[in-house]
Design a protein around this ligand. Sequence first.
Ligand code: TIU
Length: 221
Amino acid sequence: MVSVPARPFPFELDAQRCALIVIDMQRDFVERGGFGESLGNDVTRLKAIVPTVAALIAGFREAGLLVIHTRECHRPDLSDLPPAKRNRGNPTVRIGDPGPMGRVLIAGEPGADIVPELGPNNGEVVIDKPGKGAFFATDLDAILTRRGIAQLVFAGVTTEVCVQTTMREANDRGYECLLAEDATESYFPEFKKAAIDMITAQGAIVGWATPTAAIVEALHG
Ligand code: TIU
């Protein structure tokens, strides 16, 4: 066990039972012309965390620990896309429509790929998920259980949507959750702050938060 300085109090990291989960660092959310921009968002804030997420991934790889990547995407025939999700809001391009990076949020299309700087290594787990939470309609829990994982470190986008949803799902399934607070981002800075405040409040009601450097230092310690 290594004690990692964190909010609201130190996180007792058990490296042998810990995995990193990188949420949805896909071109469709991070680059121009994708789903994120189609919803009216400025994607530059998200692109800026790529080097920090890369440093966190490198820390886990160097420690020989499991890295899991998720992608929010749907089947090409849209059979796993509820109309309520496809029709929500007033996007310029809907999920499944053609865009500059192929069909938006469709598995196998360029936009659904993880940004090249953060691509998975051989042997790393990639979870394609139809929802915001990575446990919904996926085999993530089974994979973690088989590997004896009890703690999850979280990075990725967006803090208050897919990251927070997945942290809440994980918390309810008995995982201890630590958010790398500078390796996650939102299109809305005030939502990022509020999400982290909510996660860590009430004695870590959902989980802990700390900078990437503190996690990497603990892994090497
Ligand atoms: N991955 C993820 O957060 N999906 C979203 O749709 N996020 C938004 O903030 N829109």
